[in-house]
Design a binder for this molecule. Structure first.
Ligand code: CMX
Length: 134
């Protein structure tokens, strides 16, 4: 496994529009795009910051993992994403080590990245996303 950097921090919000009032107007961190990830039932807003970014996540359905998260825990940090060099190899390596994976194969995430999640029970309580960018 070759970790590169924090790719982004995912923040669950009830409304991207409402949250942007804080992040853009108060914090002066500008949104550079909003994209819907239909498979995950979320809308995401990207706010680049240095080499990394904040990703605001709004559920598009009550079945969305983000809707379930907000229902249980309220708005807040939902996941941390670490960029790795070769996601497919990394997942095989982690599987061999017995790490509980949510996604055994990479899938398409927002911004054209390949992504996969590790279960929070395997990481000390953090939903960890691994991502590879082309
Ligand atoms: N961070 C930390 N812990 C979390 C968590 C999160 N985001 N979501 C759930 N958990 C914890 C729960 O608190 C629970 O712990 P306890 O048993 O100690 O209470 C445990 O994980 C199981 O949670 P659950 O509510 O029973 O299970 P869910 O059905 O809600 O599923 C999870 C949780 C992580 C497996 C599911 O949300 C998932 O598969 N997530 C990956 C996909 C995803 O989150 N997509 C949205 C973002 C997409 C994107 O960024 O593109």
């Amino acid at each position: 496994m070759i970790p590169i950097q924090i790719d982004h921090i995912g923040i669950a919000v009830k409304s991207i529009e409402e949250s942007l009032k804080f992040w853009e107007k108060t914090m002066n961190i500008k949104c550079q795009g909003i994209e819907e990830v239909i498979e995950q039932k979320v809308k995401t807003a990207f706010l680049p910051l240095g080499d990394s970014e904040l990703e605001l996540l709004e559920a598009t359905s009550p079945e969305s993992p983000v809707a379930k998260f907000i229902e249980k825990k309220g708005e807040g940090i939902h996941h941390i994403a670490i960029r790795v060099e070769n996601l497919e190899e990394t997942l095989s390596e982690l599987k061999e080590k017995g790490v509980r994976l949510i996604d055994e194969k990479p899938r398409c995430g927002a911004g054209g990245a390949k992504i996969a999640f590790l279960h929070p029970k395997a990481t000390g309580g953090i939903l960890l996303e691994l991502s590879e960018r082309g």
